[in-house]
Each structure stands twice: as C-alpha cells, then as structure tokens.
Design a protein around this ligand. Structure first.
Ligand code: GDP
Ligand code: IMO
Ligand code: MG
Length: 406
C-alpha cells in the first residue's frame, strides 16, 4: 500500500531524524522538507562516509529518488548548490515556487539581533528568523520571483522601502541574477505537484524538533517556523488526510543546542559523558550540545501536539555501560507534581525533575537482542506515552537499527 509518512523530532532537534529518514527513504519515492532552512543539520552515515544535509532532504542518497524543498521552507541558494553537488545526478531535487529566499542581509540581521537581545537565543545565524519575519511581514522574496527578470525588478521595487537600510537595489539584483539559474527547472507549485503525486510513497522530513516550534516550543528560545505535524499542511498545501502515519523520533536521552530552559540538563560528569559518548556537537555550528536525561513530560507534550502513530528511539547505544539511567516522569512545581509542560518560561525554570530510575546494562546492544534492562526502559517509555516503539537505533550507521525483539 502506498503511504505517506511524517518524521518529526520530539525534543529540541538533533534526534537523529536524518538517519531515520535515510533508512525509510529506501522504500519512498519522494522525500519532502516542509519547514525550516539551512539551520537544520541532518547527518547520514553510510559505509563510514558521513553526509551532512542542511538544505536538501536527507533521503536522496539512493538512486532515483525525488526530493522536494516545499513552500514552508526558506532557501539559501548558495548552500543549495553545494548540497546538490554532493548528490551527483542520481536523484533529482525540486523546490516549491512559494518557498522564501534567504538573502545575505537576513544573515546580517540574524547576527545583529542576537547581539541586540539581552539574552541571545543562540541561533544558527543562518538568517532563518529574519527571513521568516519578512515572509509574514509581506516583504520577502520567493522562488517564483526569480522566474523572470522583469518581475524580479518589480518585486524588488515593491520591497525596497523596507530594506533600503540593509542593501542597495543593485547589489540585491546582482545577487539574485547570479543565482537565478540554480533553481531554473527545479521550481514547482508544491500543492499541485503533491496532489499529482498522491499514491506514491511520500516521506515528510521534519527539521528542528517539537520544543523548537515557534508556537508550542520554549518561546522565544525556539526557531522561527512551526516544526510540528501541522506544518506539513501549511508548508505543502496539503490537507491533513494526506498524512497517513506520523513517526516521532526521540533520543534515548535529551540534548539541546543554544539557549533556553532545559529541565533535565546535567551540568556534571554524567552530562559530559553523554556528550562524549554520543558525540554531541552541533552538525551546523559545531557547538557542544547540552545533555541531560530523557524528559517524558517533553515527550508527552510532543505526543499531544503531533499524535504519533509510532515512536523511534535513537542513540540507545550511548546509554550502555551506565550503572543507572533516569527518566523524568513529572515536574515538581512549588510542591505540586505536574506532567504538562508550562507555557510560561519562568514557571518552566522553577520546575524540578522527578525521576524514575532504571538499572543500566553493559552488553553491547549491537549483538542481537537488546539486554533486558534496555527493554524495560523502552517498555516504560511506551507505557508512559501509550505509543508503540517500532524502531530502535543503536549506532549511527544505516544498518544499526533494531525493528523487532525489544
Ligand atoms: P538530526 O538533526 O535529527 O538529523 O540529528 P543530527 O544528525 O544533528 O544528530 C544526530 C547524530 O547522532 C548524528 O551525528 C548521527 O550520525 C548520530 N546518530 C544517529 N543515530 C544514532 C544512534 O543510534 N547511535 C549513535 N551513537 N549515533 C547516532
Ligand atoms: P535539526 O533539524 C538543533 C536551534 C538553535 C537555536 C534556535 C534558533 O538538525 O534538528 P535558528 O537558527 O533556527 O533561528 O535558531 O533553534 N536550532 C536547532 N537545534 N537542531 C536543529 O535542527 C536546529 N535548528 C535550529 O540552536 O537555539
Ligand atoms: Mg541536527
């Protein structure tokens, strides 16, 4: 049966979505990025070779696949070219003609805004926030604006009063004229294309994670797009009935890169151990990721927002060799136990994690069936969230995954 599947990060990004998308892409025809831009950093490891995708979908390493960077995305044309070169000619990439174009001044604004904030967000400085602001402020440029030179000039004239402090008309025109060819032949109307593709196996690849969602994450310490499942509808122009299955991807522990509250963060040796064993350094910026125990309150929030039909747990191997493992099952907020994620960040900052403790395991999970303690840990997660875990990743390589026996 032809199905469309969505892959959504449950935490603060870097859950291993790239690896899972690569894995599922073998049986897919079309892989679609529906939000975000080159702030994403999705790693795929195949036979020792590491690929890092920021702008294009991760599932295009197999021959004959089609990738689509849909309308909900913001596109950095220079990075797009770089990544197209990684692929060679084996697969093809399309871009939504309503997708926004990230311009050089968006990146400068991103840097400046970070400096201006009393407390920086720790953005990737890829111009994401300013580009989305210009989109919703109706002063942005889209892929379709590049389709003919006359129209491009008209559009630039229209937006120029808003950006004249940021660029000259000529340098903007030059920048875009020099890059028009990149998307020539790639642009499609996303809703029309997808509606014609219904019936194929489609994979929607989320970027960032639920807690970075601009509405439902830890605002303002979020990204500037909606990262949850609803973004597929708005970012691709498809109805909800278009999405058959929703897979949540969660790490067996938690990481966060950038600023903002993180209740289960470990600022001790255990945090360092998770960072070193899990190689937790940002794919896009190289920054060390903050590490902590699994937060099931976060996952429950994520489950509520996305309605996962399946859960994928990644990086379980990183927990091997620990005497004890903890997972947060609630927050103590002023003496009261809560299991829902507060809206107000000042309340989130007051929350003290309440932990369930689990016995650790030494056995290398690479060798067949998972150790009993690891299975107990997974079972607890399933029961807490009332979602089935259908895949467990136990290493970065494509093959290092278990789909039964846990
Ligand atoms: P994404 O942004 O969600 O695609 O995740 P990233 O690629 O930014 O970060 C995940 C990192 O963990 C990458 O370096 C992956 O190669 C690696 N990885 C993915 N799955 C596993 C796993 O099960 N075990 C280990 N040890 N590493 C993994
Ligand atoms: P993937 O797809 C982890 C974080 C940044 C910062 C905040 C805002 O690889 O999971 P932005 O540049 O988007 O304005 O930054 O969001 N962030 C990510 N963290 N993984 C990502 O993507 C991220 N993309 C953005 O660190 O805290
Ligand atoms: Mg990443």
């Amino acid at each position: 049966m032809m199905v469309s599947k969505a892959v959504i990060g449950c935490q603060w990004g870097d859950e291993g979505k790239g690896k899972i998308v690569d894995l599922l892409a073998e049986d897919s025809d079309l892989i679609v990025r529906f939000q975000g831009g080159a702030n994403a950093g999705h790693t795929v490891l195949v036979e020792g070779r590491k690929y890092k995708f920021h702008q294009i979908p991760s599932g295009l390493l197999y021959e004959g696949k089609t990738g689509l960077i849909a309308d909900g995305c913001v596109i950095d044309l220079d990075l797009l070219v770089e990544e197209l070169n990684i692929l060679g000619d084996g697969s093809r990439v399309l871009v939504g003609d309503r997708a926004s174009i990230v311009l050089p001044y968006h990146k400068r604004m991103d840097e400046l805004q970070e400096k201006t904030r009393k407390k920086g967000i720790g953005t990737t400085k890829r111009g994401i926030g300013p580009c989305y602001s210009h989109r919703v402020g109706r002063m942005g440029l889209r892929v379709s604006d590049l389709s003919n030179d006359e129209m491009l000039e008209v559009r630039i004239d229209e937006i120029y009063p808003f950006i004249e402090d940021l660029t000259t008309k000529d340098s903007l025109l030059d920048y875009l004229r020099n890059r028009r060819e990149i998307v020539e032949g790639m642009a499609v109307s996303t809703p029309n294309f997808l509606s014609d593709s219904r019936g194929e196996d489609i994979l929607f690849e989320g970027a960032q994670g639920t807690m970075l969602d601009v509405n439902y994450g830890t605002y303002p310490f979020t990204t500037s797009s909606s990262t949850t499942v609803g973004a597929i509808c708005t970012g691709c122009g498809v109805p909800p009935s278009f999405i058959d299955e929703v897979l949540g991807v969660a790490k067996a522990y938690t990481t966060r890169v950038g600023e903002g509250p993180f209740t289960t963060e470990l600022k001790d040796d255990m945090g360092d151990r998770l960072r070193e064993k899990g190689d937790e350094y940002g794919t896009t910026t190289g920054r060390p990721r903050r590490c902590g125990w699994l937060d099931l309150v976060v996952l429950k929030h994520s489950q509520m927002l996305n309605g996962f039909s399946q859960l994928v747990i990644t990086k379980l191997d990183v927990l091997s060799g620990l005497k004890e493992i903890k997972a947060c099952t609630g927050y103590d907020l002023g003496g009261e136990e809560i299991e829902t994620f507060p809206t107000d960040l000042s309340l989130v900052r007051e929350c003290v994690p309440i932990y369930e403790r689990f016995g650790g395991w030494d056995t290398d999970p690479k060798s067949g069936r998972l150790p009993r303690e690891a299975r107990d840990y997974l079972r607890f997660i399933e029961d807490y969230l009332a979602v089935k875990i259908t895949m467990v990743s136990i290493g970065a390589e494509r093959e290092e995954v278990i789909t039964d026996g846990f």
